[in-house]
Design a protein around this ligand. Sequence first.
Ligand SMILES: Nc1ncnc2c1ncn2[C@@H]1O[C@H](COP(=O)(O)OP(=O)(O)O)[C@@H](O)[C@H]1O
Ligand SMILES: [Mg+2]
Length: 447
Amino acid sequence: MSQRSHAHIRDFHDDDLEGIVRLWELSHDRGETPVYSLAEVIASCQADHAVVAVSGDRILGAAVGRAAHAQGWIVFFRIDDDRTPALDAERIGAALLDRLERRMAPLGLGKLSVIVSDAAQGVPHLTGNGFEVRHHLRYFERPLPVQRRELDLLKEVGGRILPRRLWHNVAGMAREKLLLEERLVTPLAHPELAARYGVLPPRAVMLFGPPGTGKTTFAKAVASRLGWPFVEVFPSRLADSPAGLPAALRQTFEVIAELEHAVVFIDEVEEIASRRRGDPPSPTQGVTNELLKLLSEFRELEGRLLICATNFVRALDAAFLRHGRFDYVLPIGLPDADARRAIWIRYVPAGVVDGIDLDALVDASEGLTPADIEYAVRRAAQDALAGALQGAPVATTTGAIVLPDVDESPVQLETRHYQRALRSTRATVSKSAVRDFLEDIDALARL
Ligand SMILES: Nc1ncnc2c1ncn2[C@@H]1O[C@H](COP(=O)(O)OP(=O)(O)O)[C@@H](O)[C@H]1O
Ligand SMILES: [Mg+2]
C-alpha cells in the first residue's frame, strides 16, 4: 500500500468486467447497500457509459452512468481502497467522475445524480467534485412481482397483476380480513417467519358462503395484497378445448407451475367437484378426479395459492374437502353492522355521506349482502339524478343533448333516497339460505 499507484483513466472495455464485478462485491462486502444490482451495473457498462481507473492490469476504480432523458444517473462508483492509498484514491475518484461527466455531457444532460447508501465510501469524492447532498429526500423501491420472461406464461393462462388497493377497498368484514391476513397473507408473504414458528404456508383454501358476500372480492384482494399475479381458471371455457376438460385443466396447471408466484382462483368450484353420485358415475366424475390429482401436485409447489369459492359447499365431493387438500375452509358470510357501515361509507359519494343518517341505513340493510347494498346505492343515485333533471326540460338542438343547468346546484341525495332504494332491494340471501349457511359453518368450516 505504500507504493504509489500510477492509475490511468480510460473508457471501459469488456475485459474490465471481472474487475467491475470485484469492485461491486467489495461494496457489497462492506455493507454498502447497492441501489443498482450487479446485473444492472454490468448492463450499463456494456450499453451506457463506463470509465475505469487502471494500474497495470488492475482495475482500481470505476464510474458507470446512464442517461434518462435530461438527467444522468451514476449507477456505480467505487474505488478499490484496499489497493489504493488514500491520497491516490482522492485523485482517482475525482478523475473518474470528471471523465464520466465529460463522456456524458454531449447527451444534453441537465444534471448528473447519484444515490448512495449511508455507508457508501465515495461520498467525499462526490462532494469534492461539486455534487451536493440533497436533503429531505427518501428513496423508495418496490420489486415488481412479475419478471419479463413470465409475461408470456401469464398471458397464456389469462393471469394478471391486480391493482394494489384491492385489499384496502374491501370495506368492513374485519373478522374475515383478519383471518385471511393471519392464515394466508402473513405466512405466504413471510415464509421465513412462518417457518420459525413452524407454521406451514397454506397451499389451498376454500371460501364458501351465499352469493354476493365477497368471495371473489376476497380472492382478488389476497392476490393484490401479496402482489402475486391472479390467475382465474374458468372450467366452463376449458370445457370447449378439443382435448377435453380434464386435459385442458392439466395443461393450465402445468403453465401455472412455471410461474414464480400465483394466486389461482376457481369460482363456483362445485360445478366441477360436486358430490360423486350414482353408478354409472356422472360426467363430471373424471374432472373431479383430475382436479384432486392436480391439487395434490399443486400442493408440492411453493409460492402459489389456490383459492376455490363455492355457494354450495355441502354439494362438494367429500374427498375434495378431506384434510390435507384444503388448509382452510372459510365461511364468508353476510356483513355485520360494522361491515355494513363501512360498505355504505365506501359506496355513498364522499360529498354526500356527511349528511346521511348512516345508523338508519345500517339497520335497514341488515340481511343484505355487499352486492345488494351496492345495488341500492346505485339505484338511489340514479333516482336522485333523474329527480334533479326533472322539471328542467332537456333541450335538444341539432340532435345534440343539452343538459339543463344542474351542474352547479348542490347534489340532492339524501337518506330518504337510500331508504326508498332499500325498500325495492330484495335480499339475495333468503332466511333459509342463512340457516343453511350456519349449518354449513358447523359441519364443514375449518378455520
Ligand atoms: N366487503 C366489501 N366491500 C365493498 N364491496 C364489496 C364487499 N364485498 C363484496 N363487495 C361487492 O359486492 C359485489 C359482489 O361481491 P363478490 O365478491 O362477487 O361476491 P361473491 O363472489 O361472494 O358472490 C362486488 O361488486 C363487490 O365489489
Ligand atoms: Mg363470486
